[in-house]
Design a protein around this ligand. Structure first.
Ligand code: THG
Length: 367
C-alpha cells in the first residue's frame, strides 16, 4: 500500500494519537495537516453521527488571530459581511474575498473582545493574505497562528456529553455564540457550531498539551452515549449544503455564486477590499450558482475532479461533491449551475466517470 509520508510540512495534530487509536481508516490533507475522513465506513459514520455523538479532530481548522487596536478594521477589510453589529461572544460565518471579489476562504470569525478575533479558516493559506494586508496598510495589529486546536463534538447527544464534562452551563450556549469553560484549570472557548447539521459544539483547545487529556475525558464521559470518533462526513455535509472550499468553490467564484449572498452586506461593508468589485457584479447578479443536485443510478464513485453537467449538447455547469445518501435513497451532490438551468426541478445530465447519468437541480438542500 502506498503511504503518505509525514514531516514538518504535513503536520499531525494535538489529537492524532487518539485518532489512530480509534482506528482511523483514511485521511485527507487540509491546511497542511491530517484530517480524518473515515473511521468505520462513510455510511456507518453517517448513521452514527445522526443517532449518537462523535468527537472530531478538526485541528486543521487553524486560527488566524488578529490582536490590536486595528483588529476589527482589518477583519472588515477582508469580508463583505457587515461586522458593525458583531459583539464579543459571537461567531460569524464570513466569506473572505480578494480585490476582484473572488473567494479566498469561508471561515468562522470568533470575536473574543473589541481588539481580538480568531479567523477559523478553511483550506487555503489565508494567513499570508491577512499579514500582507496588515503590513501594506500599516495597521496596528498582530497577525499570527496560535497553538489552538479545535475539537468538535457533534450529534444529537452532544449536549449531554458536553454537560457531563463541562457542566450544565454549556446547554445554554446559543447557536454561533461561545462561552469560556474550564478543563484541568485551563480556560477554553466553547462555541455552539460545527461542520454538520446534527447540532453540537466546537472546543477551541488552547495548548496542544491538553489535547489528549481532553480527548480521553470526552471518550470516558461519552461511554453511556455510544460516543465514537468521527469526522466531517461527506454524505451529511452534502445533504446539509455545507460547502467545501477548494472543492465546491475557489477564488474564481464570488460569494453570490456560492449561495453565500445572505452573509454579504456589500453596500454597508465599508472598507472591504473586494467591495467595489462585488458591487459591480451584484448589479447584474451571478450567472451561475451553487445548487443541490440529485444524481440517478446506484452509488456514484468518489468525486475527485469536476464532473461536467450538460443539457442539449452544451455544458451548463459542474458537480464538485457527490455521495450516495442512504436516507434520501439517491445520490446527493453539490454543483455550480448556469442560470439557464438552475431553476428547481430542471433535468440535466451529469458526465460521471462511469458514464452519463440523469440529474435534477434543486433550489434547496436536503437538511
Ligand atoms: N467551524 C470552524 N471553523 C471552520 C469550519 C467550521 N473552518 C473551516 C470550515 N468549517 C469553514 N466552512 C464553514 C462552512 C459552513 C459553516 C461553517 C464553516 C456553517 N454554516 C451554517 C450552515 O450553513 O448551516 C450556517 C452558519 C450561520 O448561519 O451563520 O456552520 O465548521 N470553527
Amino acid at each position: 500500500m502506498v503511504q503518505l509520508a509525514l514531516s514538518r510540512r504535513l503536520r499531525r495534530t494535538a489529537f492524532s494519537d487518539g485518532v489512530e487509536a480509534a482506528g482511523v481508516k483514511a485521511y485527507t490533507v487540509y491546511n497542511h495537516m491530517l484530517l480524518p475522513t473515515v473511521f468505520r465506513s462513510v455510511e456507518e459514520d453517517y448513521r452514527h453521527l445522526k443517532e449518537a455523538v462523535q468527537i472530531w479532530d478538526v485541528a486543521v481548522e487553524r486560527q488566524v488571530e488578529l490582536r490590536g487596536p486595528d483588529a476589527g478594521r482589518l477583519l472588515q477589510m477582508l469580508t463583505p459581511r457587515d461586522l458593525r453589529g458583531m459583539l464579543p461572544g459571537q461567531c460569524y460565518y464570513v466569506p473572505i474575498v480578494d480585490e476582484t471579489g473572488g473567494m479566498l476562504n469561508d471561515p468562522v470569525a470568533v470575536k473574543l473582545s473589541e481588539d481580538r478575533y480568531w479567523i477559523s479558516i478553511a483550506d487555503s493559506d489565508l494567513l499570508y493574505w491577512v499579514k500582507g494586508i496588515a503590513y501594506g496598510y500599516r495597521l496596528d495589529v498582530l497577525v499570527d497562528e496560535p497553538d489552538i486546536s479545535p475539537l468538535a463534538v457533534q450529534g444529537p447527544k452532544a449536549d449531554d456529553l458536553m454537560a457531563s464534562v463541562f457542566g450544565d452551563g454549556v446547554r445554554d450556549i446559543r447557536f454561533f455564540r461561545f462561552g469560556v469553560y474550564q478543563f484541568q484549570g485551563r480556560d477554553l472557548v466553547i462555541a455552539r457550531s460545527g461542520y454538520s447539521k446534527q447540532g453540537g459544539f466546537e472546543i477551541y483547545v488552547e495548548g496542544s498539551d491538553i489535547g489528549m487529556p481532553l480527548w480521553n475525558a470526552l471518550f470516558e464521559a461519552g461511554k453511556p452515549m455510544d460516543v465514537h470518533a468521527g469526522c466531517p462526513n461527506l454524505i451529511e455535509r452534502i445533504e446539509g449544503g455545507l460547502l467545501s472550499y477548494g472543492n465546491d468553490m475557489t477564488d474564481d467564484n464570488t460569494p453570490h455564486e456560492c449561495g453565500l449572498g445572505r452573509f454579504c452586506n456589500t453596500q454597508t461593508a465599508i472598507g472591504c477590499i473586494g467591495r467595489d468589485a462585488l458591487l459591480r457584479v451584484a448589479k447584474e447578479g451571478p450567472v451561475q450558482q451553487v445548487r443541490a443536485i440529485s444524481i440517478a443510478g446506484d452509488k456514484v464513485p468518489s468525486c475527485d475532479r469536476w464532473w461536467p453537467l450538460v443539457a442539449g449538447g452544451r455544458k451548463v455547469g459542474r458537480v464538485s461533491s457527490a455521495a450516495w445518501s442512504p436516507d434520501f435513497n439517491t445520490n446527493v451532490a453539490i454543483g455550480m449551475v448556469r442560470m439557464t438551468h438552475w431553476d428547481d426541478g430542471t433535468d440535466i445530465t451529469v458526465e460521471a466517470p462511469d458514464g452519463l447519468r440523469p440529474a435534477t437541480v434543486h433550489e434547496t438542500f436536503w437538511l
